[in-house]
Design a binder for this molecule. Sequence first.
Ligand SMILES: Cc1cc2nc3c(=O)[nH]c(=O)nc-3n(C[C@H](O)[C@H](O)[C@H](O)COP(=O)(O)O)c2cc1C
Length: 183
Amino acid sequence: MGNILLGVTGSIAAYKAAELANILTKSGHSVKAVMTRAAAEFISPLTLQTLTKHKVYTDMFEPAAYEDVRHISLAKEADLLLIAPATANIIGKIASGIADDMLSTIAMASPAPNVMICPAMNTAMYENPVVQAGIKKLEGLGYLFVEPKESLLACGDLGKGALADLDAIVKAAERALARSGTA
Ligand SMILES: Cc1cc2nc3c(=O)[nH]c(=O)nc-3n(C[C@H](O)[C@H](O)[C@H](O)COP(=O)(O)O)c2cc1C
């Protein structure tokens, strides 16, 4: 069983992260969650804290209980940083080397094959060449992706960009953990 750090960003699909945390925890994984400020506009940290039975990390500058550089220790202890849902913004930040909040800084401190990104966004955003270039760059560097699916999106558009099905994400995460010898 692995140590999974679940990164949740500000997509309308953030509500699905709660069920993802629930499934992974009940499957026996240790799951800790990190949320961006935008993600906390969509679901409450309390929801993820209750389902994972761990503190939820949102603020990089929150004083730690002891001398611990938390973004580094969280990155080190994680077998997998699973970012689901992943916004266009977090993909762009990781691809550009930007580390300006807890999640993007943890991502910067994590080796590429330990990071799995599950994009969720409007079709026009997903198909934007800037987003696609970021994805291609990250794939080339060894980051893992779970492709979004085609669906009727929350904005009313029909197209690719909906978060992949949770069972596909769980299977991909477990395959990655097995490959790294931690599941
Ligand atoms: C109602 C609503 C839904 C949104 N859904 C998405 C989404 O599914 N995907 C996305 O990339 N951005 C979405 N956004 C925009 C992001 O929240 C915004 O880019 C934010 O800066 C992302 O920050 P983060 O990546 O730090 O979480 C949405 C915004 C709103 C107001």
